[in-house]
Ligand binder design. Structure first.
Ligand SMILES: Cc1cc2nc3c(=O)[nH]c(=O)nc-3n(C[C@H](O)[C@H](O)[C@H](O)COP(=O)(O)OP(=O)(O)OC[C@H]3O[C@@H](n4cnc5c(N)ncnc54)[C@H](O)[C@@H]3O)c2cc1C
Length: 359
């Protein structure tokens, strides 16, 4: 419905990378009437391929509202539901996040924050619940729930987007070779592609991009397990007790995630597995089977904000990156902001504009 008829002349945007960031910004451009061409190498490192896809408007550490949650949550719902209609499929699911209380103070703080004029109150259920069975042996004695949380089916979203992009636009499945990029004031050429602009969405592989390798990233490796259990009784809600159990359906559960800042690769480790199993086994004592163990690298920025905008030297080159731990929530709102800034020359939020790193 939104796509422009592809012709063989210049595309408006060549986009490098089709993770969550590249997908969301490509669809946002298309909805605004632009044409796109994509270059993505599926075999390269991708955080999106292993992401839990959870959005959580609450930071558990101090029980505060997550940065800009009031703006980000409505926009993510709006964005994904538009594309659910276009792709004729379900992409997002509303889910509660179960927060068990282990100490009295946690419950007291929760009750305070979930009531009255506290800014968090729209996201916190003010009711305290009792006795949630996780499996036959383990019951959460007391807990409450994060409201307005949920989950994007990331593999399905990426697959639907790829199918759509391939159907209506040019899509090169290969590693982008930055040496072959030719930039002039009139446009961009890359191998068989010509475009008015280029937009990089390479996740943590931005470190190999000669045009943007000066952005101060602080990527974080993360590992997850997928397990099969006949016994875990969580059906839809996400359990969070310093780690998450995300029900995937068909008795499969995703368990995550670890954080590590030194060895930045996609190789799952024994240490990562041990850490996740230790947390899981404190809750689930019934048998389960490990189906897969995966690792990825979150593209976080040193100040933990997205990094988007126009290159300081090349007016037709853009960046959409830095989605860190929260791509599902951040990408729709900031893709819209980036596209509006391109279209109307409007300002990008100073906290996310890449110009904050230009000296
Ligand atoms: C364990 C773990 C759990 C997570 N859970 C969640 C969660 O529950 N919710 C949430 O919101 N976020 C989560 N995240 C974070 C989320 O995964 C990232 O923020 C998000 O995936 C980043 O998307 P991206 O598109 O910027 O990067 P990526 O997903 O890394 O995508 C980059 C894409 O660019 C391509 N690419 C890069 N360089 C080139 C090149 N030179 N040529 C061609 N293609 C190239 C890659 O192949 C890839 O497809 C999690 C991350 C991890 C590691």
């Amino acid at each position: 419905m939104f796509h422009q008829k592809r012709n063989n002349s210049i595309t408006d945007f060549i986009i490098v990378g089709q993770g969550i960031a590249g997908s969301v910004v490509a669809l946002t451009l298309i909805k605004s009437g632009y044409t796109v061409s994509i270059v993505d190498q599926p075999g390269l490192s991708s955080s999106s391929k292993i992401a839990g896809g959870i959005w959580n408007p609450v930071v558990f550490k101090r029980l505060t509202k997550s940065w800009m949650a009031d703006e980000l949550v409505p926009e993510l719902r709006n964005f994904y539901s538009i594309w659910e209609k276009e792709f004729n499929t379900e992409l997002i699911q509303d889910r509660h996040i179960i927060k068990p209380f282990t100490e009295e103070q946690e419950e007291t703080l929760w009750l305070k924050k979930s009531q009255g004029a506290e800014p968090e109150n729209v996201f916190l259920d003010s009711h305290i619940y009792k006795n949630l069975p996780v499996d036959e042996h383990y019951h959460v004695k007391k807990y409450s729930r994060v409201l307005q949380a949920g989950n994007l089916n990331v593999p399905h979203f990426l697959a639907c987007t790829k199918k759509y992009l391939k159907e209506y636009y040019e899509f090169l499945e290969e590693a982008f070779d930055h040496d072959q990029l030719k930039i002039t004031d009139l446009g961009i050429s890359y191998k068989s592609l010509t475009g008015s602009n280029i937009l990089f969405c390479e996740g943590h592989l931005i470190s190999s991009n000669p045009y943007f390798n000066w952005i101060p990233m602080k990527p974080a490796k993360g590992e997850t397990l997928t397990i099969y259990s006949e016994h875990i009784q969580l059906e839809s809600d996400i359990f969070n007790k310093g780690f998450f159990i995300l029900p995937l359906g068909n008795k499969l559960f995703k368990i995550g995630a670890t954080y590590e800042w030194h060895t930045l690769n996609d190789i799952p480790t024994e240490e990562g597995k041990t850490e996740l199993l230790k947390k899981l086994n404190a809750v689930v004592t019934t048998p389960y089977q490990i189906i897969s163990h995966e690792a990825g690298v979150r593209p976080s920025v040193i100040d933990r904000r997205p990094v988007i905008g126009r290159h300081p030297e090349f007016a037709n080159m853009y960046l959409f990156n830095g989605m860190g731990t929260k791509a599902v929530m951040l990408a729709p709102y900031f893709a819209k902001q980036l596209v509006e800034s391109i279209r109307n020359n409007s300002k990008i939020d100073g906290e996310v504009d890449l110009s904050r790193f230009v000296v």
